[in-house]
Every structure is written in structure tokens, then in C-alpha cells.
Design a protein around this ligand. Sequence first.
Ligand SMILES: [Zn+2]
Ligand SMILES: [Zn+2]
Length: 255
Amino acid sequence: MKINMDMHIHSEYSCDSESNIHDICTAAIEKGLEYICITDHVDFNKNDYGCDYYNAEAYLEDLNQCKDEFKNEITLLSGLEFSEPHIYKKEFKALKSMGYDMTIGSIHWLGEHFIGQRKLLELNREDIQRQYFEELIEMINSSDINVVGHLDRPKIIFKEMPLISEYIDEILSSIIKRDIAIEINTRALRKGWNDLMPSKGIIRKYIEMGGNKIVVGSDAHIVEEIGAGYQEIPSINSRLISCLGIFQQDSFVRL
Ligand SMILES: [Zn+2]
Ligand SMILES: [Zn+2]
């Protein structure tokens, strides 16, 4: 089975992408995708160079125009990748009320530390990982998000995360209990890591524990990356295909 969605794409409404939504639609149609969601960054951490960058009105106007233009060729969905929604609750609630199809909650920042900067390697790795998992659990338990973004992202920097075994049961059971979806994010494949985010073992464990809501996304920041890295996903677990879906108007729709 071909995976026909890309539910994590950045456009020029993110500070770190220049892709326009029209080009994204054209590229996705060429790749044979049927559902795409443009999930731009929303950051309120003052250390983020994209803090206050996002313009919801401009994004939604542009998106709705493209949605109409391409309606016979692709389903274009509105989304957000909101950093630390459990910390910026008021801001998250205000944006969510604008009617997005899907919201991804991601941990990008631990205080002043960005999960991705090489400076993290100079700090105590165990402390940083514990902080990350604790923030992640806090976000899962207290935010009205649809999807947990790149669940084991610190591995992009640390290469190995032995401490995850201590936390993973609690993380996955909280996700399932709160009826939140996970995403399979293919970005790590393009960052020199030969695995998905989260790792295949975590995806299998999620399904074995009863989780059954999964979206797939490339986390593309340029149009060439749309729908990239999907080859190995269907073989992870025989039940995976039945877990796949998209979010439309804040609800999971199984494909
Ligand atoms: Zn992210
Ligand atoms: Zn992203």
C-alpha cells in the first residue's frame, strides 16, 4: 500500500522555510499524494528566532485560496506545529479556536536550550534527556493537541538515548489514554540517522500497547522533501496500515 499523505509540511509562514503553499500543492500532486497538511511553526520562546513570526490570518487566507484551487486534485488541510503548548496555553487556545484541521505539539525548547543545537552536547546528557521526557509527558497530559511531534527528537543530536527505556511506557500509555495520535516523521533520515522519529521499535510498542492513531509526515522544509522517506514504513508492523489516518476539523479520520 502506498502512503498517500504528508501531514507535516512547512511553508513560508515558518521562519525556516521559503516554500509557498501553491508550490507545495503542485509538488504533492506530482508525487501522487492525496492529503497534505501545512503545519507551520508557532513559537513563543523568546530565544527562538521565529518567536512571533507566524501570521495566522495571512496563512489561512493563502491556504484557503489554494484549497479551493486544488480541490479536485488534493485535500489540503490546515495545521500548526506549536512548540510547548503546555507552557503557552493561552496562545495555543487562541490559535486553536481559529479552526485548524490538526495541531501538532512539539518540544523544541528546554528553557534556553533548543533541541537541535550542538551546544547540548556540552551539557549533562542525562539531565537534558530527563528534562525532555518530563516536558513531553507534561505536554501530553495537559495540552489539547491532536498529534505528538517527533517524539524522540533529541536523538538527532545525541545519537543514542538509553534513558528512553525508562520513560517510554509512561509516554506511550499517556498518549493512548489521552487519545492523541503519534506521527511517523521521516526527517531524521535526512539528518544522517538511519531511522524514523520515533524509532521503529517505539512505533511497534505503541501499536502493541493498543495505540491505533498514526499520521505520517516528512517535516519538509523545502518542496523536494515532500513525501520523502516512506519506503520502509508499511513493513514496520502488519497492523500499522490500519492505524493510519489524517485529521480533519480536529477529528481523526481513518484512511
Ligand atoms: Zn519540529
Ligand atoms: Zn516541523
